[in-house]
Design a binder for this molecule. Structure first.
Ligand code: ARG
Length: 554
């Protein structure tokens, strides 16, 4: 609706001298009441109802504006659909439809951040989907964006695994799925420690030998096993089609972190408190932020402080986004406030994109004992289920084709399931819904795309932007016309679910159009083809923004 919004904005400015912003224009509840509504009458001196009536008379008709009517204090605009439909389609067919202008700010999105030596589970999947989609959305909106990962390769979880390997699995080496095997060792270690708390002392000793004494053999084992995890993560990212521009390691920011904390004490930003180092944030209602334990061992926060500094100084970023679970909300408030006290101007542009848990509709998902659904099993199930669905829908396809479509559909389905829900709501994941070809799912959207492409292939005519005026055409045109605004909203609120929801609405509106209007063989074939092409392009753009592949057949 951009072209029409701009026309209305101009007309209002001409009549009142006031320039309203485009998103002040809304859709009337019933299209019979007009195509756009304005509240401008409230903003002018005098009685809103009388203002609206006067303006309805005063505003010039012509161009895209066919008529203006007052409904109480509202001023409603009726579009000349001959002109508007052409303008929307022409817009949508341009390369990079909806792309934002190049922005000056540089953004870093840190996401995924799994811990090495541990399992990669479904909670991690939500994080990856969110972060990856956000990177795509911000880039499309015109921001230079760096996708960063931050691997947790130090800490007690690593010591536990190495302890367990040394004590109970010396010399053992898994043939394949090494990362997964490590995750099992971690589970075993946790179990043994629970049964026998006396082991704690041994784990602490491994920690010291590894990170303080840097015992050669242990360091080698750490590096070797860390690599196993990294290879596993890389395989997952490849399967998901996710890439990073830069990868940080907790181990590289640990020592400089300790140094940095010492400087903060000298500067009076942090202080000693019974041997530990803290920042007192009580005046901000944020309690006390612990930066070093009293025995001098670094913490999660020690590393994050230095990491933030590195991001600002070495990468010159203006905005720093952290995609991390919502249980760390307080922690990030404390971190950002401390960065502010350290004088970083970017501290105000640090943002914690928090997300809630994922639970499976059938069965439990997460517990401390490591009773989690592994990504690998989850993805495998998705692809198997998708394969069955493809088999049913299109049994004539070749085996190879079935398998590749199953992958696109299966991975798409889990990604969409992770993205369609707002980040601050818990996801109740359900296989039936995720793979429902008739519901709010990736396959539904992918299928609409395939159908649109199919129409374009079958026709012998060429798409041509032109007048389209039936109800279902207008509905589809309106939807397509919303895309730039949805993108803008998704980018400014860091909300990929807005794109996910919009993609579904677009697919749905397209299906309604397709069910009520003939394309091939109609006297509007060329114009309708252009509408179908605009739809296909816009669905494709949305899928790209969600990191979901668009199949060519299904
Ligand atoms: N690796 C951490 C974990 O698994 C998350 C790290 C989040 N990022 C950060 N900069 N603190 O809990």
């Amino acid at each position: 609706m951009r072209p029409f919004k701009i026309a209305v904005q101009r007309a209002i400015e001409e009549a009142t001298g006031k320039r309203i912003s485009l998103n002040e224009l809304t859709y009337p509840p019933d299209p019979k009441l007009g195509d756009l509504a304005s509240r401008i009458a409230f903003e002018l001196p005098g009685n809103p109802k009388e203002n609206a009536e006067a303006l309805a008379k005063k505003i010039k008709r012509g161009g895209m504006i066919k008529n203006v009517k007052a409904y109480g204090p509202y001023l409603n605009f009726f579009a000349d659909w001959d002109a508007l439909s052409k303008a929307i389609v022409e817009d949508a067919l341009k390369e990079g439809y909806g792309k934002g202008k190049q922005k000056k700010e540089k953004v870093m999105v840190e996401f995924s951040q799994p811990n090495t030596h541990k399992a990669f589970h479904v909670g991690h999947l939500r994080n990856v989907c969110l972060g990856d989609s956000l990177v795509r959305i911000l880039r499309y909106n015109g921001y230079e964006t760096i996708a960063a990962n931050y691997l947790g390769d130090t800490g007690t979880h690593v010591a536990k695994v190495l302890w367990c390997l040394e004590k109970f699995h010396k010399g053992e080496k898994p043939e394949k799925n090494k990362g997964r095997w490590l995750g099992e060792i971690y589970k075993e270690a946790a179990q043994k420690l629970k049964e026998n708390p006396a082991y704690e002392e041994e784990v602490r000793n491994v920690y010291k030998r590894l990170f303080f004494d840097k015992e050669r053999e242990l360091v080698d084992l750490w590096k070797k096993t860390r690599q196993w995890s990294i290879e596993e993560f890389d395989r997952i990212y490849r399967e998901l089609g996710v890439t990073f521009d830069t990868v940080f390691f907790e181990s590289e920011v640990e020592e400089p972190g300790v140094e940095l904390v010492k400087q903060l004490v000298e500067k009076g930003i942090a202080k000693l408190d019974q041997g530990a180092v803290i920042v007192d944030l009580k005046d901000k209602g944020l309690g006390v932020f612990l930066l070093l334990r009293s025995d001098g061992t670094p913490l999660y926060s020690t590393k994050d402080l230095y990491l933030a500094k590195k991001k600002f100084e070495e990468y010159n970023i203006d905005v720093s986004i952290y995609v991390v679970g919502s249980e760390q909300k307080l922690y990030f408030k404390q971190l950002f406030e401390t960065l502010r006290r350290m004088g970083f101007k970017q501290a105000d542009k640090c943002y914690h994109l928090a997300y809630e848990l994922v639970v499976l509709k059938s069965g439990k998902m997460k517990s401390r004992e490591g009773n989690v659904i592994l990504y690998e099993d989850f993805a495998k199930e998705a692809i198997e289920r998708a394969r069955k669905a493809v088999e049913e829908k299109n049994p004539k396809l070749s085996e190879e084709e079935k398998q590749s479509i199953a992958k696109v559909v299966g991975i798409g389905a889990i990604k969409y399931g992770m993205l369609k829900v707002s980040n601050n709501k818990t996801i109740v994941f359900d296989w039936e819904t995720a793979l429902d070809f008739n519901g709010e799912s990736a396959p539904y959207i992918q299928y609409a795309y395939v159908r649109a492409k199919h129409i374009l292939e079958k026709s012998t005519k060429n798409p041509k932007a032109g007048a389209l005026t039936t109800e279902s055409e207008k509905n589809l045109l309106k939807k397509i016309g919303e895309f730039p605004d949805v993108l803008e909203d998704a980018a400014s609120h860091y909300s990929p679910h807005l794109i996910a929801n919009y993609a579904y609405e677009l697919a749905y509106t397209f299906n309604s159009f397709y069910n009520s209007e003939q394309v091939i063989g109609s006297d509007k074939e060329e114009e309708r083809l252009a509408l179908v092409l605009s739809t296909a392009d816009t669905i494709k753009a949305c899928l790209d923004l969600l990191g979901i592949a668009a199949p060519s057949r299904m």
